[in-house]
Design a protein around this ligand. Structure first.
Ligand code: GKR
Ligand code: MG
Length: 430
């Protein structure tokens, strides 16, 4: 029997709003980002009227699961984080139809969908609880150990604009070669003072991506750099890149897609390897660690099931002497606030976290979050410290209503709009 603290207010209502947010034409292994991408905004209201906020993946499979699980939150104590984490638990299976873009973060299971939904419920509950008690979310996690959380400048190969008419433009320009990547990095530096850079790879032939990393190293001497082809290389290619970039990058991220190949790359080259693809759930930790396939785990609080689960993962990594940092996908300020609160509480965070946030020109919070010297200042305001912009949510929800064809992110289909006949290259691509 699970005991809950009945002295705290109970949850009275859960509101779910799917939205579509503008996303630039960022290129990756499997295609290009759609002009608009789905997110789900969660509001948890407690007795007394305080509202907590959460945000997670918004594709249909998540929205449907969120609709099914939300009623189980109502009536729970807002402090019942363990109960929230157990809602909907059942045997996990691989999703029959894998959403097109989810392969970039490991195979999707029913449990990862459930946990991704619950992460937003948990964050919203913690936001509400923090507001109720007058303390920041990081205090509910044990307290911050740093005042600023560092993020890497997350660079992408990119077209200047989407090849469709109804897309919002952006000011970042194109980046399709080393010069373009360096130009983009300089803009990132001007925008947020980033002190490390990650390049999303798996797009161009590997030698071109090696050249881009070398150009970054020349332009920003001594800056930590990373290259992430989302598992898109063969073992042979990965070994070649590792040999070329040893001492140039601080780590390679998911150079290959299997535990065995990752272990081989590390064994033969010694280069540190990070992942957000082969360790994405607890049952995947042990095989990867036993094989020494991963030296840094990139946690994503959404699919690990929330902020407490992220702290659990941090403890596992600490026990095994592995590093921890943070993965990101397209997201808005509610998620960035949650990422920052939890990252502020992890003692041994040695690598800058990833965030797509600079790429988003739309927001659902009233005051967008800013980066200074590549870092976000940890908020000490009650809860997450962000306020919902209800007009913005309504507008972006209207777009979701108007564009049913974009409710499931599909980078392959988006690429096909530019290049009819384009086929998913699959893994490995090079
Ligand atoms: O948004 O194109 C993208 C990324 O490739 C994303 O889908 C990945 O999940 O950023 C992620 C990563 O680090 O692998
Ligand atoms: Mg990655």
């Amino acid at each position: 029997e699970i005991r809950t603290d009945t002295t705290l207010p109970t949850i009275t209502e859960v509101r779910l709003t799917p939205i579509l947010i503008a996303d630039p034409p960022l290129l990756n292994l499997s295609g290009v980002h759609q002009p608009y991408t789905p997110r789900l905004i969660v509001e948890v209201e407690i007795e007394g009227g305080i509202v907590g906020l959460g945000e997670t993946y918004g594709d249909t499979v998540y929205f449907e699961r969120a609709k099914a699980l939300a009623p189980e939150l109502v009536g729970q104590s807002v402090g019942a984080v363990n109960t929230i984490g157990g809602i909907g638990q059942e045997a996990s299976t691989l999703l029959e139809a894998q959403p097109a873009a989810s392969g970039l973060r490991g195979a999707l299971t029913t449990d990862k969908v459930r946990l991704s939904v619950l992460s937003a419920f948990e964050v919203a509950a913690l936001d509400a609880l923090g507001q109720q008690l007058g303390v920041p979310v990081h205090a509910l996690l044990g307290g911050k150990v740093r005042d600023h959380v560092e993020y890497s400048g997350y660079l992408f190969y990119k077209w200047a604009e989407h090849p469709v008419e109804d897309a919002l433009g952006d000011d970042w320009g194109a980046a399709l070669d080393p010069d373009g990547v360096v130009r983009q990095a300089r803009k990132f530096f001007e925008y947020g003072g980033f002190r490390s850079f990650k390049l999303k790879g798996g797009v161009l032939p590997p030698d071109e991506e090696i050249a881009a990393i070398r150009a970054l190293a020349d332009e920003f001497p001594g800056m930590p750099l990373r290259l992430d082809p989302n598992g898109g290389w063969t073992l042979r290619t990965a070994l070649h890149v590792a040999q070329e970039l040893t001492g140039v990058v601080e780590y390679l991220e998911d150079p290959t897609a299997t535990v065995a190949d990752m272990a081989e790359v590390h064994r033969r080259t010694g280069i540190p390897l990070a992942t957000n693809m082969i360790v994405t759930a607890l049952n995947e930790v042990r095989p990867a660690f036993d094989a020494d396939a991963v030296q840094i785990v990139l946690s994503d609080h959404h699919y690990w099931g929330g902020l407490f689960a992220t702290r659990d993962l941090a403890a596992v990594c600490r026990a095994y002497g592995r590093g921890l940092s943070m993965h990101s996908n397209t997201h808005l300020g509610i998620s960035l606030a949650a990422m920052t609160h939890v990252a502020a509480t992890v003692p041994d965070l040695e690598y800058a976290c990833d965030s797509h946030y600079p790429w988003q020109r739309e927001e659902v919070i009233t005051t967008p979050i800013t980066f200074t010297d590549g870092a976000v200042t940890v908020s000490d305001a009650p809860g997450l410290g962000v306020t919902l912009d209800r007009d913005a949510v309504a507008r972006l929800h209207e777009r979701w209503n108007a564009m049913p064809e974009l409710r499931d992110r599909d980078d392959i289909a988006a690429m096909r709009r530019a290049k009819p006949g384009f086929e998913d290259p699959g893994i490995p691509k090079y």
